[in-house]
Design a binder for this molecule. Structure first.
Ligand SMILES: C[C@H]1O[C@H](OP(=O)(O)OP(=O)(O)OC[C@H]2O[C@@H](n3cnc4c(=O)[nH]c(N)nc43)[C@H](O)[C@@H]2O)[C@@H](O)[C@@H](O)C1=O
Length: 367
């Protein structure tokens, strides 16, 4: 039977019954966190199902290295299905088909600045999308009796917004964008489904987490991409907004472990996940440019278009509870994270330079 640990089901060599393979369902599997969580769960022996949105271009680059053709049924432990958080029927149908043990809701329109441009869409996916998924899980349990299902909701430090640091689970929310307000709604929907229906549902309040897989229009990756391209001569300027904003930046690979740990506890709860260190965008620039022997002041140009209508000035988490209850702690420190990202982007820029020099592609001012 495919759905079991090891090569087969039934009795093992010593007569013990093989344990059933756990099944996880992830929304947002093509994103940074989805890709790290998939690797993490596959390593733990899970079967992982991801819901993906239809797009005319493939957007599976972050998980292509894990993908195995589903016709190879014995090796393919990650499976992808078309669905959408704006389509309730698709969520319920996949729950009924996949029969997951754990559901991770990571999908979102996750860019804060963009949420001011497309607020309705952001609320529909981030807030109502979470509600649709919770309701699909609740009704699936009611119909099937599979009450052991556990649900993880990707919360965000953006929910704290204007409330000064350090921010913990008991810090009041004061959202400063349509994205953050939508995440607050999703947070409270999750708490409500836990209280109203006894659902095993957890909110992970994750502070900023980055990696070489971070989307290129988030400030960290925008900077490290530019450092690589400037270093090899493909770009000279980097246009940025507010350099004084301060963020608690950790490594995404470390944070997915905390998500999983939350679902392994006896009781569902909410946890802040953070490094407890905060740095300004300017400090990030210092480290990233300094690492390759450049001075950011020679390249950065302030462009008002990147300022937000309302900003979140200072985020610094207090992760005492996660450290104590989950025994979780971050492994990658700030300097190490920046270097990891610059190293990858320098290599990428070097490859790009070969293609530009050979006349295969044009060097754009900014990627
Ligand atoms: C936890 C939270 O983390 C992320 O949200 P974010 O903190 O807004 O991330 P970011 O990288 O877009 O901005 C960080 C700071 O950098 C400033 N900044 C300056 N100049 C540029 C600039 O040119 N681009 C951008 N993007 N930011 C800039 C910007 O004004 C802000 O103060 C998302 O994952 C979100 O989904 C989430 O949940």
């Amino acid at each position: 039977m495919e759905n079991t640990v090891g090569s087969g089901s039934g009795s093992g060599r010593n007569g013990e019954v093989a344990e059933k393979r756990k099944v996880a369902l992830i929304t947002g599997i093509t994103g940074q966190d989805g890709s790290y969580l998939t690797e993490f769960l596959l390593n733990k022996g899970y079967e992982v199902h991801g819901l993906i949105r239809r797009s005319s271009n493939f957007n599976t680059q972050r998980i292509d290295h894990i993908y195995v053709d589903p016709h190879n049924a014995h090796k393919a432990r990650m499976k992808l299905h078309y669905a959408d958080l704006s389509d309730a029927s698709s969520l319920r149908r996949w729950l009924d088909t996949i029969l997951p043990d754990e559901v991770y809701n990571l999908a979102a329109q996750s860019h804060v600045a963009v949420s001011f441009e497309i607020p309705d869409y952001t609320a529909d996916v981030v807030a109502t999308g979470a509600l649709r998924l919770l309701e699909a899980v609740r009704s699936h349990i009611a119909a099937s009796g599979r009450s052991h299902i556990r649900y993880y909701q990707a919360g965000s430090s953006e929910m704290f917004g204007a409330t000064p640091p350090p921010q913990s689970e008991s810090t009041p929310f004061h959202p400063r964008s349509p994205y953050a307000a939508s995440k607050c709604a999703a947070h409270w929907y999750t708490v409500n489904y836990r209280e109203a229906y006894g659902l095993f549902a957890c909110n992970g309040i994750l502070f900023n987490h980055e990696s070489p897989r971070r989307g290129e229009n988030f400030v960290t990756r925008k900077i490290t991409r530019a450092v690589g391209r400037i270093k090899v001569g493909l770009q000279s300027k980097l246009f940025l907004g507010n350099l004084q904003a301060s963020r608690d930046w950790g490594f995404a690979g470390d944070y997915v472990e905390a998500m999983w740990l939350m679902l392994q506890q006896e009781k569902p709860d909410d946890y802040v996940v953070a490094t407890e260190e905060s740095h300004t965008v300017e400090e990030f620039l210092e480290v990233a440019f300094g690492y390759v022997g450049l001075n950011w002041r020679d390249h950065v140009v302030i462009d008002k278009r990147y300022f937000r209508p309302s900003e979140v000035d200072n985020l610094k988490g207090d992760a005492t509870k996660a450290k104590k209850v989950l025994a979780w702690k971050p492994k990658v420190a700030f300097q190490q994270l920046v270097k990891m990202m610059v190293d990858q982007d320098l290599e990428m820029a070097q490859k790009e330079k070969v293609l530009v020099d050979a006349g295969y592609i044009d060097a754009h001012q900014q990627p």
